[in-house]
Write a protein that binds this ligand. Structure first.
Ligand code: BT5
Length: 275
């Protein structure tokens, strides 16, 4: 699949006429890093509050990571690999998950805007794209890392990896994977996608700061592909199969099992992607 937008690693091009209100205030671009999460973590202490949020973008990661120590792999220049670092003094720690919702909703909307694809979310944080016959595959993931100052949030880093022109072959990823180009059947411009993502992140970030968390929660819930389906969720002690009934206000998944018992699941991996 031909690649376009290979000029993403250009701070001026990212920011040109972006017209966002709250983010990013600092942009650092790299050709290769270990993980954008680590770069953001290293840069954070050097930056004043008025220089945040910080965007770290890389064309390639040598040790990109997912949740729970898993790896995130993407050939150089084939993906958007970025971290957004904040010191959200306005956000109580128990509501930090709203930043994951923010990333998921912004991703869905930026991808839909740039490709026309009906992007959805696999609970809690994966971007799914239709690949034909009602089958959905993972095209992006979101990772949240946070540090605390006593009981308060000291910093948060949101990591986002989007497969634009390539995706891991079957067997390498835990679940079927795809890319935006493969799902759309045409090239997708990485720079335009990054700028669209920043605009959508900015709009939700501004709403969140203004206290509009309920609107974000509703938007996140409306994009959850997992709801109203029979799914398998991998938990630390093994899989659980059931009907995904709802998400509660904390973002936990409410699953009804075969004998009708309700389970409230805060962390896990949803494994069934077919209709
Ligand atoms: C995620 O974790 O989905 C979060 C991924 C976040 C990656 C970004 S890239 C920029 C920033 N810097 C980093 O170092 N990380 C963030 P999780 O739900 O745990 O999914 C990880 C699993 O997805 C792996 O175990 C693989 O099976 C699979 N995987 C790895 N690379 C993939 C890819 N490119 N596309 C689809 N699946 C992938």
């Amino acid at each position: 699949m031909p690649r376009m937008g290979d000029n993403v690693r250009d701070r001026a091009a990212i920011l040109a006429d972006l017209r966002t209100a709250t983010l990013p205030r600092t942009v650092r671009c790299y050709s290769q890093v270990g993980s954008t999460m680590d770069v953001a973590r290293q840069l954070l202490p050097e930056l004043r509050d008025d220089e945040l949020p910080l965007l770290v973008y890389a064309d390639e990661q040598t040790s990109g990571r997912g949740r729970l120590g898993r790896s995130w792999v993407a050939p150089s220049g084939s993906a958007l690999l970025l971290s957004l670092a904040l010191r959200p003094g306005w956000l109580p720690p128990e509501r930090a998950l709203s930043l994951v919702w923010m990333a998921g909703v912004a991703l869905c909307d930026a991808v839909a805007e740039q490709t026309g694809l009906a992007a959805m979310l696999k609970w809690p944080n994966d971007l799914l794209l239709p690949t034909g016959d009602g089958v959905y595959a993972k095209a992006a993931g979101v990772l949240l890392e946070a540090g605390f100052n006593g009981a308060a949030l000291a910093w948060v880093i949101i990591g986002i990896g989007v497969n634009v022109s390539d995706s891991p072959p079957p067997g390498l990823a835990r679940y079927p994977a795809t890319s935006l180009c493969a799902a759309a059947g045409r090239p997708v411009d990485r720079l335009a996608l990054l700028r669209a993502l920043l605009r959508h992140l900015d709009a939700w970030h501004a709403l969140l700061i203004a206290g509009e968390e309920q609107a974000l929660f509703d938007a996140w819930r409306a994009r959850l592909h997992s709801l109203g389906r029979s799914i398998t969720v991998q938990l630390s002690h093994g899989p659980i199969i059931g009907w995904a009934e709802a998400v509660d206000r904390s973002g936990a998944l409410i699953l009804r099992d075969a004998v009708g018992a309700l389970h409230t699941i805060s962390t896990g991996d949803v494994g069934v992607l077919s209709p």
